[in-house]
Design a protein around this ligand. Structure first.
Ligand code: URP
Ligand code: ZN
Ligand code: ZN
Ligand code: ZN
Length: 484
């Protein structure tokens, strides 16, 4: 059974043109004018783009004494409702846990996914077994990216020598290190001081993690990646201090990628000063939302190319879960949702305002992630042979975001009341129509794990260069007698 997407304008990261697309057995088999097939999807008036890739989500994630509420079924359903056809989740071993055991848990959870997915592995502790298991993770499990937390002291945080050791291991394996960049020691100490002074509300979460702690940790991670000779991916880049560090590193020729979130681009720190405790607590995440100047910096980074991708860090906790921290902001589970809203929000606030071109939109929501994470052009492309993960985007469809109508399992939405213009008419996951005229038609378990190969071009170049300039002893002819 073939499908043809007819009458639309194809928009990719580098081209805009009119053509039809033929899809057979989950892949794109033809692109051109006047195609025919068994089933026709009318794309008149629409932009036909690679489905979104969200490179940073946490579905059913064990965290701060609970689990994030969207699992692989509700989370990926929310994703496709908003035009995202692939998510990359984080496998989080408990400190001391075998990486491969943790992966078994993630494999079991993800069988319910309705669209394709992949995993990053987190390095939450360091010892010889982790060093060894990293090789199996890369060579046998199709995971070539490793996340490191510089925050969450006493839980997921690693220190600098562990970070350097793991980054060097990533260099050897041709893998990409990721970093959550906040100085966890300073955050923990400031949080304790704030609490002791009676600052117990959600606003104190923001007080305890100012932009400076993010900027310092980003600079530190960049330096350590440079010493190890690996590229670096900085997750949830939220402020100018961190962006500035990334920008400077890139100007020096380093391969450092920054990932702003749609939440940081469109919501600001005034949310933490709302008189309604629930309203503020629902928006507690790390790093916290920032002021308008930081938002402008993030938009500028997407425009100029110093920031690479837009993610959500989707980690949805219900109001009931947020209330664990009623008298102590450090107990509010950190995380916000956004999977369903990332594409419509970025289109509305980016493309319709003229801040981003349509091609830049495709680059930062899909293609750049596929390239950086080494799954291009299987994903992130409209090319013959690519997976038919496609969104038929209707720029005239609009809605007001409400929790009542969302697919996500939680009871609120941080974008509540925002009007968005630009929504999927159809979403296709490997050729299957999973959204049709805003109606979900998902199939539990349709999603497949996407294995990714190590040793991307960037790693190869970096290791070649590192080897070329490695310290070598000077060969001397005349050696002075000792003791002189
Ligand atoms: O607050 C956040 N970001 N929660 C999810 C876990 C993480 O740090 O990415
Ligand atoms: Zn993080
Ligand atoms: Zn995260
Ligand atoms: Zn299927």
């Amino acid at each position: 059974m073939s499908k043809v997407i007819k009458g639309g304008t194809i928009v990719t990261a580098d081209l805009t043109y009119e053509a039809d697309i033929k899809v057979e057995e989950g892949v794109i088999t033809e692109i051109g004018p006047n195609l025919s097939g068994d089933e026709v999807l009318d794309a008149t008036g629409c932009y036909v783009m690679p489905g979104g890739i969200d490179p940073h989500v946490h579905l059913e994630m064990p965290f701060m004494g609970t689990y994030s509420s969207d699992d692989f079924l509700s989370g990926t359903s929310a994703a496709v409702a908003g035009g995202t056809t692939m998510v990359v989740d984080f496998c989080l071993p408990d400190p001391g846990q075998n990486l491969l055991d943790a992966l078994t848990r993630w494999d079991n959870k993800s069988t319910r996914a309705v669209c394709d997915y992949s995993f990053h592995m987190a390095v939450t502790w360091w010892d010889k077994p982790v060093f060894e298991q990293m090789e199996t993770v890369v060579k046998e499990k199709g995971i070539n990216s490793f996340k490191h937390f510089l925050a969450y002291k006493g839980a997921l945080m690693v220190n600098d020598d562990e970070l350097f050791a793991s980054f060097q291991r990533c260099a050897e394996l041709g893998a990409l290190p990721l970093v959550h960049a906040e100085n966890g020691d300073v955050v923990a100490s400031m949080a304790a001081k704030l609490l002791s002074e009676g600052n117990v509300g959600p606003e104190a979460h923001a007080y305890s993690r100012p932009p400076e702690v993010e900027g310092e940790a980003t600079n530190r991670a960049i330096m350590i990646a440079d010493m190890a000779g690996v590229p670096l991916y900085v997750v949830h880049t939220s402020c100018e201090q961190s962006h500035e560090a990334i920008r400077r590193a890139r100007q020096k020729g380093m391969r450092v990628y920054g990932e702003p979130l749609i939440q940081h681009l469109t919501l600001d720190d005034s949310e933490y000063f709302n008189k309604d405790w629930d309203h503020s607590a629902r928006r507690v995440m790390s790093p916290p939302f920032r002021n308008k100047q930081h938002q402008d910096s993030l938009w500028a980074g997407l425009q100029s190319g110093s920031l690479s991708v837009v993610a959500t860090d989707h980690c949805a906790f219900s109001t009931e879960q947020k209330r664990f921290g009623v008298n102590d902001f450090t107990k509010i589970p950190n995380g916000t949702g956004g999977l369903e809203d990332r594409m419509p929000m970025l289109w509305t606030y980016g493309v319709t305002t003229g801040r981003l071109t349509m091609n830049e939109f495709v680059a930062v929501t899909s293609t750049n992630s596929a390239k950086i994470l080494n799954m291009y052009p299987q994903k992130g492309a409209i090319l013959v042979g690519s997976d038919a993960d496609i969104v038929v985007w209707d720029p005239e469809l609009s809605k007001t975001i409400t929790a009542e109508k969302q697919v996500s399992a939680i009871d609120y939405n941080v974008f509540e009341g925002k009007k968005v213009k630009g929504l999927p008419r159809f979403t296709l996951s490997r050729g299957k129509v999973v959204v049709e005229e805003s109606v979900l038609k998902v199939e539990e378990g349709h999603g497949k794990f996407v294995a990714r190969k190590p040793f991307q071009a960037v790693n190869k170049s970096l290791s070649t260069w590192k080897d070329l300039v490695a310290p070598r002893p000077v060969q001397r002819s005349g050696i002075p007698p000792s003791g002189v």
